[in-house]
Design a protein around this ligand. Structure first.
Ligand code: ATP
Length: 619
């Protein structure tokens, strides 16, 4: 009964420890949000908890929230540290600043602390949990706890000594694990994480939790872009790590074989040397024996007087043959031993090879799973794209907007012909000679009043830019009387600022921005054609040689007048005009200023810098 009670108490204690860790993890994640807390799962294992907090970033950020400015400067993680559990040595050193600053501040607040080594493998994570929960209580109590929470109170009195102590611990913990940097550089830790999940990266609970929480907070459009980027980054990272892993396995395999080969050669050389020595010794003894036997013969011939000498020689010979036998036995035994060592090494090598092959094939399976998930995701993106463009279609494939230009000179005393103006309709007064003015109403998709900004006007056009990159044809043009503000709306005034930029510049920025975002999924070729249609003549505005090429707007063959139609498969209806490839908004802006210089400009009664006509075409 007593034993049962002890076991039960022990289990209860373990359960409590785990629950306290979960509570600490959940609170930290809640305090920093899911993005900063992505490395810390909601229900962390002891290792997850340790690795998630090892950089000190989460700890410092939470501390700054509980007590602002406690850690003046938090050293941030590099972008790729997400998948490197223990970080690089240099990063680890930087992180140490975070952990040290955190511990010093927490100690100053009178809360229980922990040792930096507790964040290393084998450290006491319960002390970190105590510290975090004490910080939590401190916050909940409005920052008034006396510091008697937890058990880890015995920190040295001077904060200098304290910092030095942590430094020593930290550097010793680094030097204790020489294999750490190798694991970090090859990403083998990350691959262990994948395989422990049993189903690869896509089913990792922490990753799916992060993705889920991100999706919940995101707008659909942002969500799509972020998921697109994240998934392609994960794919890239995974492939990179897989390649590294494979390379390392192959290299280790090669090295092991080479080492084994060298050892075998060395053993064989030794064996050969020993054999040669034995043979030389044998020969020497044989020669001695022969000369001895010759002497014996001579001596026997000399007479029987030397009988006692003969006995001594016989004994010597016997001794020598026993020694030779022993030497031969020893060599035999050595050879047997070498053979068994060789066999054991061969078995080890075989085992090693099989293990590596299994690991590589597992990684391959994970990668296949990831590729399947990515292709499924691509389908969803495609579907999303179609739905997006369907919405654009439903909004109307032809949309007409009206913009009312403000009076240019307030003191000009002009008569405002706009009677009434609301979101979708405008009523203008038509003066009549008999003094009975009529009013007429017109309806548009949207009406922009004199105070509408360039940004507001562009906002309705913006979704169409995305449709262009989804493969739809889009045409945006301005139409109206001279001086009514077409150039102003499409390009903007002469003194161009970020606020006064017209539809053209804004659409261009969006075009390149979206194509950059999608560069992992699609490659876009963007080129510009700029022509002027004026006085029924088409003119190429992108000529640089000063020529004034004109193309007829209508052409006559055998007396029949043909209009220019958009009958080309790629939509180019003035194929002879220059088409220039562009890769950035500044390229297009340069081309536009070239086109503007080549444009026909002349003053009209209503506009002293009237552009005679303009049209840009992005293909
Ligand atoms: N919404 C507006 N706010 C302030 N000024 C405007 C606005 N629209 C036009 N203007 C000003 O009115 C003048 C004439 O506009 P703009 O040159 O754009 O007319 P346009 O329709 O292009 O004329 P044209 O057909 O003769 O080239 C310019 O000085 C322009 O800066």
């Amino acid at each position: 009964m007593a034993l049962e009670r002890i076991v039960e108490d022990d289990l209860q204690l373990q359960r409590e420890t785990v629950l306290r860790r979960y509570e600490a993890g959940a609170w930290l994640r809640k305090m920093v949000g899911v993005v900063v807390g992505k490395d810390l799962p909601a229900q962390p294992s002891e290792d997850d908890f340790r690795l998630g907090l090892r950089s000190g970033i989460i700890l410092c950020k939470v501390l700054n929230k509980v007590k602002p400015q406690s850690v003046a400067k938090v050293v941030e993680a590099p972008a790729d540290s997400i998948l490197i559990p223990d970080g690089e040595a240099l990063s680890a050193y930087k992180y140490f600043e975070n952990v040290r600053n955190f511990l010093v501040s927490v100690k100053e607040m009178g809360l229980p602390t922990f040792e930096t080594s507790d964040l290393e493998k084998g450290g006491k994570s319960c002390r970190i949990v105590n510290c975090v929960l004490a910080l939590k209580s401190y916050k909940e109590a409005g920052g008034s706890l006396s510091g008697k929470v937890g058990e880890n109170q015995k920190v040295t009195s001077s904060s200098k000594q304290f910092a030095r102590k942590i430094t020593d611990l930290f550097s010793s913990s680094l030097s204790r694990s020489p294999s750490l940097s190798r694991e970090m550089s090859t990403g083998s830790l990350a691959s262990e994480d994948f395989s422990s999940g049993g189903a690869g990266l896509v089913r990792s609970p922490s990753l799916s939790a992060i993705v889920h929480e991100l999706l919940v907070d995101m707008e659909q459009e942002d969500m799509r872009d972020i998921l697109e980027n994240s998934l392609s980054k994960v794919m890239e990272e995974f492939e990179h790590r897989l390649a590294l892993q494979k390379e390392q396995v192959e290299q280790e395999h090669r090295l092991a074989i080479q080492k084994e080969h060298v050892e075998q050669e060395h053993r064989l050389a030794l064996l050969k040397e020993q054999m040669e020595q034995a043979i030389t010794q044998q020969k020497e003894r044989q020669m001695v024996n022969e000369s001895t036997s010759r002497n014996e013969e001579a001596t026997s011939r000399e007479g029987e007087s030397c009988n006692s000498k003969e006995d001594i020689q016989k004994t010597q010979l016997k001794c020598q043959s026993v020694k030779q036998q022993m030497l031969a036995d020893r060599h035999k035994k050595d050879i047997q031993e070498l053979k068994s060592v060789l066999n054991a090494t061969k078995t080890d090598m075989h085992l090693l090879k099989t293990t590596y092959e299994e690991e590589v094939s597992n990684l391959g399976k994970h990668l296949n799973g990831l590729t399947d998930a990515a292709s499924g995701y691509k389908k969803v993106i495609e579907e999303n794209r179609k739905l997006y463009n369907l919405v654009q279609d439903l909004k109307g494939s032809i949309r007409v907007y009206c913009r009312v230009r403000p009076f240019l000179h307030v003191d000009a005393g002009g008569v405002n012909s706009v009677d009434r103006l609301d979101d979708e309709s405008i009523t203008v007064i038509e003066p009549s000679k008999n003094g009975k003015d009529k009013s007429k109403s017109f309806t548009f998709n949207k009406v922009f009043g004199p105070s509408a900004t360039q940004e507001e006007v562009f906002a309705d056009t913006q979704p169409l830019v995305r449709s262009v990159l989804d493969g739809y044809n889009v045409c945006i043009f301005a139409y109206g009387q001279t001086g009514s503000g077409k150039t102003h709306t499409m390009s903007g005034p002469n003194d161009l600022t970020k606020e006064t930029m017209g539809v053209n510049y804004r659409a261009l920025n969006d075009l390149f921005h979206i194509s950059e975002q999608r560069k992992h999924l699609s490659a876009y070729d963007i080129s510009v054609q700029m022509i002027e249609i004026y006085n029924e003549q088409v003119r190429d505005l992108l000529v640089t040689d000063g020529t004034n090429k004109r193309y007829p707007f209508q052409c006559s063959i055998l007396g029949v007048t043909l209009e220019i139609h958009n009958n080309s498969p790629n939509g180019i209806n003035v194929p002879d005009a220059n088409i220039v490839s562009v890769s950035s908004p500044s390229d297009v802006i340069n081309l536009m200023s070239l086109g503007h210089n080549n444009r026909a400009v002349g003053s009209t009664a209503m506009n002293d810098r009237s552009s005679r006509s303009h049209r840009y075409r992005f293909a």
